[in-house]
Design a protein around this ligand. Structure first.
Ligand code: FPP
Ligand code: MG
Ligand code: MG
Length: 358
């Protein structure tokens, strides 16, 4: 595969940008309200226990672009950091709402917000985080950045809505899943990264590299998340696993397990081709999953049976393979920027995403 730069730790090279990151979020939330309880609920997930993946990738891309453009001014980095703050705040706001929708009682290794406060207050706290994040972006006084970042909000809402209760035919399912995954996860990273290019007045090509890098990393991240839901433990993840089937959701591992054809590994000879080549091969398939997917695993025994079939199938392997393809594409895109520690860090992130255990 491509040369990896294992000696670079993105969290270390970004220490100056990330050190007081959660303190800054908590300060923003505290100073925006006269309601202490609203602040308490809104601040609850900003305890520094998250992976801070979004701000880390956002700042890496920002600094890789600044190096590429030969403009490393402090004012510019400061503005880009507001975009990183926005990405983490919107992400957390969506998790606050998500835990209400999913009635989940555990996240980041502790009781979730809705396990501690009632749904009405929790919903308002999510809205409050969004409102504070919006004011911060308005203060950047860049219409272009506001438009790019607002797209994240409409995508998040639509991605979540797509997941709520639609019933697609067998043929529509995978496309529906990928669109949903883009909107609910990848759009946030893609558009936050694009915004760091826009605020730096980069040309459209650079903005597109930032966007596509983020889109690929985001898709890979969610594919791995959907895989870990089947193979990881609650202790490891800090949130309930084996949860998607119980919520009625058919994610990539299930869709691959019941599909007629699947993507497969390249043979020894074929692997001499570009490493993002994907082709279809026959795989172990379980069409009996189809009716279960249609009824959203609602009958007794569906969840257990589907779980077992996914593990017997090649669904998990194929999900990982698709995630790997997106990580390789992200690495290729990062290489279009001028070489720098940050540009190398972007390639390390792709490895972190595919190899993450939690
Ligand atoms: C986590 O997914 C949820 C999301 C990535 C997005 C949820 C979006 C909303 C609730 C729409 C609200 C939008 C805004 C702008 C606040 P998951 O349930 O699959 O993951 P989990 O296992 O971490 O709960
Ligand atoms: Mg959810
Ligand atoms: Mg959830």
């Amino acid at each position: 595969g491509p040369v990896r730069e294992f000696q670079i730790d993105p969290y270390i090279i970004l220490d100056d940008d990330l050190k007081y990151f959660y303190d800054d979020v908590r300060y923003l939330l505290k100073s925006g309200t006269s309601q202490p309880e609203l602040d308490t609920i809104a601040s609850y997930y900003f305890d520094g226990q998250g992976k801070a993946l979004r701000p880390m990738v956002t700042m890496l891309m920002a600094k890789a672009i600044n190096y590429h453009l030969n403009n490393e001014s402090h004012q510019l980095v400061h503005k880009q950091r507001q975009i990183a703050l926005f990405s983490e705040m919107v992400h957390s706001a969506s998790l606050v709402h998500d835990d209400v929708i999913d009635q989940s009682d555990f996240r980041r290794g502790k009781p979730s917000v809705n396990a501690l406060w009632n749904h009405k207050k929790v919903t308002m706290a999510g809205d409050y985080i969004l409102s504070i994040a919006s004011i911060m972006i308005a203060r950047l006084r860049s219409d272009d950045v506001t438009i790019v970042l607002s797209q994240i909000l409409t995508d998040l809402v639509q991605g979540e809505f797509m997941q709520l209760g639609s019933r697609e035919t067998e043929n529509e399912r995978f496309a529906h899943y990928l669109t949903k995954t883009y909107r609910k996860t990848a759009s946030l990273i893609a558009n936050a990264l694009k915004a760091t290019a826009v605020i730096a007045q980069a040309d459209d090509n650079v903005a597109e590299v930032a966007f596509q890098y983020g889109r690929n990393i985001g898709l890979a991240f969610q594919l791995v998340d959907d895989m870990l839901d089947f193979v990881s433990s609650t202790e490891q993840m800090g949130k309930p696993t084996a949860a998607d089937l119980k919520l009625g959701l058919a994610t990539a591992p299930v869709l691959f397990a019941c599909e007629k054809m699947s993507i497969g590994y390249a043979s020894k000879v074929a692997s001499r081709r570009r490493n993002d080549d994907v082709f279809m091969v026959p795989a172990v398939k379980y069409p009996e999953l189809n009716p279960m997917v249609m009824r959203r695993f609602s009958e007794p025994g569906d969840v257990e049976r589907a779980f077992e079939l996914v593990h017997k199938s090649h669904g998990l392997e194929q999900t990982r393979f698709l995630a790997k393809k997106h990580c390789n594409e992200a690495i290729r895109l990062a290489q279009e920027l001028t070489e720098s520690p940050y540009q190398k860090g972007l390639q390390v992130v792709a490895d972190l995403v595919i190899n993450r255990m939690k």
